[in-house]
Every structure is written in structure tokens, then in C-alpha cells.
Design a protein around this ligand. Sequence first.
Ligand SMILES: Nc1ncnc2c1ncn2[C@@H]1O[C@H](COP(=O)(O)OP(=O)(O)OP(=O)(O)O)[C@@H](O)[C@H]1O
Ligand SMILES: [Mg+2]
Length: 262
Amino acid sequence: MGKIIAITNRRGKVGKSTTAVNLAIAFALSGKKTLLADLDSAGACARAFGFNTRKTNNNIFNGSKPEISFKKAISKTGIKKLDLIYIKRLPYLDEYKVGGITANEHILKSTLKPVAAGYDYVIMDCPPYHAGTINASLIVADSVIIPVATGNFSTAAVRSVLAQIDEIRKNYNPELMIEGILMTNYEFNNESSFNLKKELFNEYPKLIFITSIPKSPNVAKAFEENKPLMIYNPEDRAAKAYIKVADELFERKSLFNSKRKN
Ligand SMILES: Nc1ncnc2c1ncn2[C@@H]1O[C@H](COP(=O)(O)OP(=O)(O)OP(=O)(O)O)[C@@H](O)[C@H]1O
Ligand SMILES: [Mg+2]
């Protein structure tokens, strides 16, 4: 069964989509069959692979058999072992329930979960708002990565995600794990970047990824060219950092597995 990882932070512009795209590529390059699920109507992940999101058929959940239209909406990315699905919007607000669970959860469980079985990893890029989508994605996820960029209220945003994760654990998904907090757009010689990392490290020493993603002008350049950074310039330092983050994740996983065997 593929591991489903949600990339989330309700704060906008913190590097969620950049992380989702480039981490998904790093996974695929390591030989892991990966599905990148773009759950944000802005379609930043889909656009990074050159998809025209306006023309993309988004009637995935309108028909009587959403599990079939979901499978049909999965596209190849041109990168071996990496597929993509762009879901413009999960259709329901949180209040809408089906048999006691949120309708969006029901939808993702009946469409994404079975598809995930055919992959090693599913990476979900979440929107900064639309609680119905974020909650549903955290309910079906196995784990979460929280990207954080330097700026006002960054620590408060992390606290808010962690509180949300607690709620989801209590009410829906007790197994939900946190892979880690990832510093993005990181300026190594900048005091605010350093102070934020220090603050987060003091508060959550076990959650911070050792690797930070450096600020790089190539991130925006790649996006302008509708290319993922990792393809636009694999030698870029931010691209290389995403490979390191993937390695950190694999290392922890193998540690965890070997511990479980003992
Ligand atoms: N490592 C980086 N170096 C330089 N710029 C970056 C880096 N990571 C992200 N950015 C820039 O920051 C902006 C936000 O990045 P991104 O779209 O990945 O964030 P997001 O959290 O998905 O945003 P949104 O909340 O709007 O979905 C973009 O303009 C992107 O080019
Ligand atoms: Mg985004």
C-alpha cells in the first residue's frame, strides 16, 4: 500500500507546491513509483509539468463512478515512475456528511486510497485555504510534511497546523504521523531565517528536517518555463536539497522498519 503524504500549511506561499513537485521527482528518481496529487485549484503542480489547468477535465467527481473518472484523470509526467492527478476542488464543505464522515473524506477514500495501492508514495499538495480539502487530505494521509518559510507568524502557522493534526487524530485518523517541518526558501546568511530555524528547533527538536531548502532564483525561473526545478536545473542547490530531504525520509523509514523487526 502506497504511503500517502500530505504537504500542508494554511499559510500561503511557503513552498508547499515547490516541495510537492520536487520531492515527488526525488522519490521517482530513487525508483519509487509516485503519484503527485495536486489538490489546489491554483494547479501549481500541474502547471509545473506543463499542463494547461484551464483545459484539464475536472469533472472527476460528477459522474456516478468517481473511482473510474479518477483513474482516467491520472496523467504521465514524462518522468519515469511519476504520475500526476490534478483535482480542481473537492466538492463539499466540511459540514456535508455521508454516514457520519465528511463527504470529501468519503470521496478520497473511495478514489485515492485504492489508487494509492498501485504506488510506493502519493504526495498530496494541499491548498492554503479551503478547509474541506485540507481536512479530507489529512484524514486519508498517512503522514504530513509542513513546509515553513521565513516571515511573520511562521511559528504561529506551524502551531496551527499541529493543532489541526491533533484534532484530526482525535476525531478521524489516530495513525496520522508527522514526517517533519521543512524550512524552505532558506537564506543561510540571514538572521531572520536563522532565528526562525532556531525557534522551531527549540520548540520541536524532533520534527525539524536536518536539510533546509535554500532560496534559489531558479525556483521562479523554472515555474515561468512550466518546468519542475529538478528538470530545469538538476544541479541547482534547492533541487539537490530536495534529493537530500527524500534521503532523510528514506533513512528514517528504514530505521523505523529495522527497529520494528527487533
Ligand atoms: N527555495 C525557494 N527559493 C526561492 N523561491 C522559492 C523557493 N521555494 C518557493 N519559492 C517561491 O515562493 C513562492 C511560493 O512557492 P510555492 O508556490 O511553492 O508555495 P505554496 O505554499 O504552494 O503557495 P500557495 O499557498 O499559494 O499554494 C513562489 O513564487 C516560489 O517561486
Ligand atoms: Mg501551492
